[in-house]
Write a protein that binds this ligand. Structure first.
Ligand SMILES: [Fe+2]
Ligand SMILES: [Fe+2]
Length: 281
């Protein structure tokens, strides 16, 4: 891994984009694949509540930041706010009379409330762990556009835009964590990071599989098959969480930093496809 000091800073630019998502009404918008569609819809359903917690975690520490990191924190919050807005509008297409959307949202509120009760440092640690997951998935979406190739164009664009901005800001919450724990020892940081990631890995993967299965069950699939097929999509084929296991494992290295996985060339290529539409902060 390359030392982070060798990197040029990556500018984080909120792009205030809107997507027309009508194609998301289908229960198989992902290449006719009901299981993949349910997994993506489950991810979309968890984003607004999750991203609200990420924003609040970083916002809490904003008074301790200055200079470039303060600017990045502001841009991070702006990006996540726009992501939430667009996922809320995508999620609004799901038929709430048919799918257990409210139950999933209530479960997410309950889970994030538990994190919030533990205070801002727990929220920040959970944020950096989940940002590692989103950065891993984003890297895959940006490298291999075959998964979204047959999706309705605007849905594919929404996920690609989100993936690009997740890549762009993947180190911001982490750098905030480094800054506000600058009095901690490396060992203290690593102990907390590792413990958080073990819990987050279990809960996040279990939640996504569970929520996707709930959506599939609403469409008539039996619960055992729904869970098995959702898990296979995540860990088998195509393997949303399996593909990037090496990047995942880097987290546990003492010298980990999100830009240790240097995908700036990929990011730059995608930035050409999403010119910055400035966000009025
Ligand atoms: Fe996001
Ligand atoms: Fe993010």
């Amino acid at each position: 891994m390359t030392a982070i000091a060798a990197f040029d800073p990556v500018t984080v630019t909120p792009r205030d984009l809107h997507f027309a998502n009508d194609g998301g009404k289908s229960n198989a918008w992902l290449s006719g694949d009901r299981v993949g569609t349910a997994v993506f819809n489950a991810l979309s359903l968890v984003f607004p509540e999750g991203e609200r917690m990420f924003m609040d975690a970083v916002r809490h520490y904003r008074p301790q930041l200055s200079g470039r990191l303060l600017e990045e924190a502001r841009a991070f919050i702006a990006q996540e706010a726009i992501h939430s807005r667009e996922h809320i509008s995508l999620n609004a297409l799901l038929d709430r009379g048919h799918y257990p959307v409210e139950a999933i949202e209530a479960e997410m509120r309950r889970r994030t409330a538990m994190m919030r009760e533990r205070g801002p440092m727990t929220m920040l640690c959970v944020t950096i762990a989940l940002e590692h997951f989103t950065a891993m998935m984003a890297d895959w979406f940006l490298q291999d556009d075959s998964l979204l190739a047959s999706a309705p164009a605007d849905i594919a664009r929404l996920w690609q835009w989100h993936a690009m901005e997740e890549t762009e800001h993947k180190a911001v919450a982490y750098d905030v964590f480094l800054e506000v724990t600058r009095d901690w020892t490396r060992k203290q940081r690593q102990t907390v990071r590792n413990r958080t990631m073990r819990i987050v890995t279990l809960l996040f993967t279990r939640n996504i599989a569970h929520f996707a299965a709930m959506l599939l069950e609403a469409d008539g699939m039996n619960p055992v098959e729904a869970h098995a097929r959702a898990l296979w999509f995540l860990f088998g084929k195509p393997g949303l969480f399996r593909k990037s296991w090496k990047t995942y494992a880097d987290w546990y290295r003492v010298d980990f930093h999100p830009w240790s996985h240097d995908n700036r060339d990929l990011l730059d290529a995608w930035r050409q496809r999403f010119p910055a539409a400035p966000h009025a902060a």
